[in-house]
Design a protein around this ligand. Structure first.
Ligand SMILES: [Ca+2]
Ligand SMILES: [Ca+2]
Ligand SMILES: [Ca+2]
Length: 446
């Protein structure tokens, strides 16, 4: 049998077994009048016009007899060609097996979904329109850089030769390949549970038939170990990011990294960020902001108002942070029967994002669920990265010339396009939850 015949038989089999509703239909391009065609083919019950100017009709059979092999391969009297009425799927649906568990990526209109399909129809991540790498820095406990769903999306310091004990690129850090360990002052990145989960939300490799997909199917993740320690180590972690970005700007991309966003899923509960005691936090966010870096920060996993209780860093006043709380698959502010919850603040918390029962990567080739503002924040960090990958030439050029100004423009787009929710009204600055599709569309048309 020829390949064409085998393929036709296979598609016939598929049509009969899985798509029986379509097995009685066939698209035909007529070379005769519809009536002549009907006379010629008694098995065809009717011809429904598709595009008359092109002589395209949908032939509907009395029975399945219309679906014989010859018709499938394109020979039918009175027709120039015939085609199966195949199912057409949106390009923006990845093939990752655990995608079905990722409710935050549900189809447009489904409750709680951040509407990714409209975003992915524009871009699924990667270099921006000027060909520049887009890097998201995960300040956490480390990332499993060898995870099959993350390895391909880890940032690699191309100017550094690994494991030669020399700071080849002269950035002040020896053998820093995927990031830095600010806790121990070396290049060792632990395969931390929490950081691996966060990284996967931002950028697990999408459409690779493995695990989950990130907000970005394709991106660059820089891993910095600096969470769950103390303030000095957190600031050292941010300083690594800051230095890489400055170096990237100074060398016009030859060295350093084009970090556009940091993700921070940690903090100090009940602290007043705007008292002198915490001044360095605001100073650091403002300094990174000067170089175009937005910092997505998680608010407390507590059922309280941070405008009253205080929070570091989400209560910090730096305009370069986006503070994030946790919404569930029914667009409610997360609250568990067992006492768990998510903080709010009409002044201090900017926006909600999915953070409840979120599926992502875990160390050792695994995937699994996790809940917390820690999971909500990387949706925002991922959105910032994806927006840079999707941005128009106008935005990208403007951002290059004045990153401090245009980073704030990008933030404004995220906040302005948020989907309004009754559950977040008067509880967040925006009263809304991330709408990835709208944010990406807007910056693409900037
Ligand atoms: Ca180095
Ligand atoms: Ca080296
Ligand atoms: Ca994947």
């Amino acid at each position: 049998m020829s390949n064409a015949v085998i393929r036709a038989l296979v598609s016939l089999l598929l049509a009969v077994t899985s798509f029986t509703t379509l097995s009685s239909e066939l698209i035909v391009k007529l070379t005769v009048s519809p009536q002549e065609f009907l006379d010629e083919h008694p098995e065809v019950k009717e011809l429904q016009p598709i595009a008359k100017d092109l002589n395209l009709y949908l032939a509907v059979s009395h029975e399945r007899a219309v679906l014989d092999v010859n018709q499938k391969s394109g020979t039918m009297d009175g027709a120039k060609y015939t085609m199966a009425n195949d199912i057409v799927t949106k390009r923006s649906q990845p093939n990752d097996p655990k995608f079905r568990n990722q409710w935050a990526f549900g189809r447009s209109g489904s409750k709680g979904s951040i509407n990714p399909q409209d975003a992915w129809a524009i871009s699924t991540g990667g270099v921006n329109i000027l060909g520049q790498e887009v890097v998201a820095a995960v300040i956490d406990g480390g990332v499993d850089v060898n995870h099959p769903d993350l390895a391909g999306n880890m940032w690699v310091n191309q100017a550094e030769i690994p494991n030669n004990n020399i700071d080849d690129d002269g950035n002040g850090y020896v053998d820093d390949i995927h990031g830095w360990n600010a806790k121990s002052g070396n290049n060792y990145i632990p395969a931390d549970n929490h950081g691996t989960h966060v990284a996967g939300i931002i950028g697990a490799v999408g459409n690779n038939g493995t695990g989950v997909t990130g907000v970005n199917w394709n991106t660059k993740i820089m891993a910095i170990n600096g969470a769950s320690t103390n303030t000095a180590q957190v600031l050292r972690a941010y300083n690594y990011v800051l230095k890489q970005k400055k170096l990237w700007i100074e060398t016009k991309g030859a060295k350093g990294a084009n970090v556009v966003v940091t993700n921070s899923s940690f903090g100090i509960d009940g602290a007043n960020c705007n008292s002198s005691r915490y001044q360095a936090w605001n100073d650091m966010y403002n300094e990174m902001g000067k170089y175009g870096i937005i910092s997505a920060v998680a608010t407390a996993n507590r059922k309280y108002d941070i405008d009253v209780k205080g929070d570091v860093p989400t209560g910090c006043t730096s305009p370069y942070i986006i503070s994030v709380t946790n919404t569930d698959d029914r667009d409610r502010l997360y609250s568990s029967f067992w006492g768990g919850g998510a903080a709010w603040g009409k002044k201090g918390v900017d926006i909600g994002a999915p953070g409840t029962e979120i599926y992502s990567t875990l160390p050792g080739r695994a995937t699994g669920p996790n809940t917390g503002t820690s999971m909500a924040t990387p949706y925002i960090a991922g959105a910032v990265a994806l927006m840079h990958s999707s941005a128009s030439v106008d935005f990208a050029v403007n951002f290059d010339e004045d990153p401090a100004k245009y980073a704030l423009d990008l933030k404004k787009i995220i906040l302005d396009t948020a989907k309004q929710l009754s559950s977040l009204k008067n509880k967040t600055v925006t009263g809304g939850r991330l709408d990835l599709g709208k944010a990406v569309t807007e910056i693409n048309q900037y």
